[in-house]
Design a protein around this ligand. Sequence first.
Ligand code: ZN
Length: 375
Amino acid sequence: MNALDPRKLTRELLAFNTINPPGMERACARHLGAILEGAGFRVAYHEFAESRTSLIATLGGDDARPPICFTGHIDTVPLGAAPWTRDAFAGETDGDRMYGRGSTDMKSGIAAFVAAAVELAPRLARGPGIVIVITAGEEVGCEGARFLADQKVLGRAGAIVVAEPTANYPYVGHKGLAWFEVETRGVTAHGSMPEVGDNAIVKMARVIGDLEHFHFPVESHPVMGKPTMNVGTIHGGLNTNSVPDEARITIDTRTVPGIDHGHLCKSLESLLAPRGARVRKIVDTPSLYTEPENEWVQQVFEECTPFLGGRPTPKTITFSTDGSDLKRGFGGPPAVILGPGEPTLAHQTDEWCSLGRVEQSVDLFRTLMRRWCGA
Ligand SMILES: [Zn+2]
């Protein structure tokens, strides 16, 4: 068997600057592709834009049963305004911690499943096999995963593990993300003669009042709870002594299963049409959910129990993932979000991952791969 050290691989992945924007994931994707090819995987690269490289690596496969999918994104968020006390790209360690941008979210998760897959490769080459999906562009609207699903290049998968940071707790889904921009228009005039103009900000104030009375078509979900709406930004007016002829807000809605984002957009349009407001959807990631009773999810819960000190209870996570688009692209298999990173450290200054948890993940992923493949 070919042993690949997950610590060393995490450090290698951290050295690639894949801050998004601009992303530029090609070199990092090629590095992972070469490792997987060396272990016998068939590797295909897909670019949704120049240097924005995702890859799909497959090993084994038979007609009887689809493969198990492990997935992760290689892009990271920017470093932020606050200075780091550690080098963000060197993979510095201090005891159990490895520091770096993307250490938790989610290069350590990728290193864990790639290490497990490379080690087991000779066994996984027989039977249903495995498909590894490494995506670019997750941090800005899941662009890479959406591209793979839209291009219909994903093939088959019977289950998906999204190795985002969960401290090895298996989550059964997350809310959907639908962002909208709403615009009102008016007629400008001198501020001393407002009666001659038509004030777009006053219209927008009424729009915001209307939104407070908006009812989602599904009011609550047994595991996820209620859908939410937040008005996040507002812009309007050029100077104090003019009647503003344009105002804009952006709205962040977090949806639960049963809420279709296209219908949601139409409901907002009809609610706000009397104000003359224009509504545009700007970000769209559907919710992700698998019934906890699903047989494979129960297997995952069972395998996580020793690491968690108790059997997990069904929960969903607060952030959204590539899992939504990949599930669509794979035709709706069960999915869990399960990875070694610390959820509270994602996107933080001095982000780190626990190397102990990374080792746990390798064990856990190895077990899930072997159970799926009977290897
Ligand atoms: Zn992430």
